[in-house]
Design a protein. Sequence first.
Length: 183
Amino acid sequence: MADSRDPASDQMKHWKEQRASQKPDVLTTGAGNPIGDKLNTMTVGPRGPLLVQDVVFTDEMAHFDRERIPERVVHAKGAGAFGYFEVTHDITKYSKAKVRTFYTSVLNEEERRRLCENIAGHLKDAQLFIQKKAVKNFSDVHPDYGARIQALLDKYNAEKPKNSIHTFVQHGSSLAAREKANL
């Protein structure tokens, strides 16, 4: 009985069977060039620097360098942690951070003022709920710290917002006349 299958459907299988006997016994590069030794690199002397002409090593490093390692993605998604972190016990044996001491003992009055102005200056363009959360966090460090930042934020938020859109029109145009009427 003759085979009723289309020969094109078995084309890869036939090619693989034919190719099996033609496989080279030597290791080759991606371009098909034979490699004599893949485990060692070419150096200047026994402990010298690597040579640029070592194409096999360069090719190997280029492939290794471009592999994607999912566990080490820069902005990997977290899994299994929900909610807020809150310290419930003394952690002085785990952390040497002394944020409260830094604010009260290390910084003088002028440095504290500048620090609070800098933080409030960065927070003034943030949304209100972000400002409140930041002030709460700074108040947890030291009540004076949070109060100063809140006072500066209140001052910044009370100021009239500056007009950041600038239009330039020719003198005497109808648009210029309308703008003068709106002022």
